[in-house]
Design a protein around this ligand. Sequence first.
Ligand SMILES: [Zn+2]
Length: 266
Amino acid sequence: MTAILPVAQGNWYQKTDIGGGITLILEPYVDVLEQANIWHVRGRDCDLLIDGGMGIVPLRPAFPELFEGRKTIALATHTHLDHIGAIHEFEERWVHLIEAATLEHPKGSLVSADMDPKLRAMFEAAGYPPLGTYLIHALPYEDYDPASYRLKGTKATRLIEEGETVDLGDRKFQVLLVPGHSPGSIALFEEKTGILFAGDVIYDGPLLYQGPGMDVGDYLGSFEILERLPISTVHAGHDPSFGKERLDEIIASYRARWRSEGLIQA
Ligand SMILES: [Zn+2]
């Protein structure tokens, strides 16, 4: 298959400093379906990278100002292909133990036709635009062959569990196990600021709930955990960030939807 795609202009990644020591990194040329947020948090003693994008081009050399000379914990909120691509580039690689095996032996393809037809139908039913030939809209460089894409598996250096703390020296994040989107999905909550890094358990776009490893009952339990937290801002795995009011709205809309679809009891 020959790619009829333009070559990306400039950096493959796009970086935005959102203040408070937090940087958002995106891959704008990746299809919106797989365009995940990569979050970087500067800490006093070490930094935290939350998720690692698609791994189409190396992340670390793209931003020496973030990574050079710094100890960085690369933590995967879960192990879907759009969240783990660059995790292998870092010395510290953390994931929930339920998903450690997937981090080590991940699967992924940029060829849309490789996607399981049921999954593809689910994405389209959830409201995502139909996919093109590839999951990217530009090539990272000339001669790049999207069919050659492989995710690099990596062994976790630490298996994290519910209730642990990720400590950056001056910032502490509580680890929450929030399954639903995937069995070992985790979110990170910072009590001092009320910031929640949610991964894919909730974001302000079409949530996926009927694919492999997804479970509506688990989602409901996770939503209850989120509702109890004094959250100020949600930085999620996809889409723009939002506040507590929108969080409650999204949760309410999915509860209603799943009830009307007969997936949960009325
Ligand atoms: Zn995901």
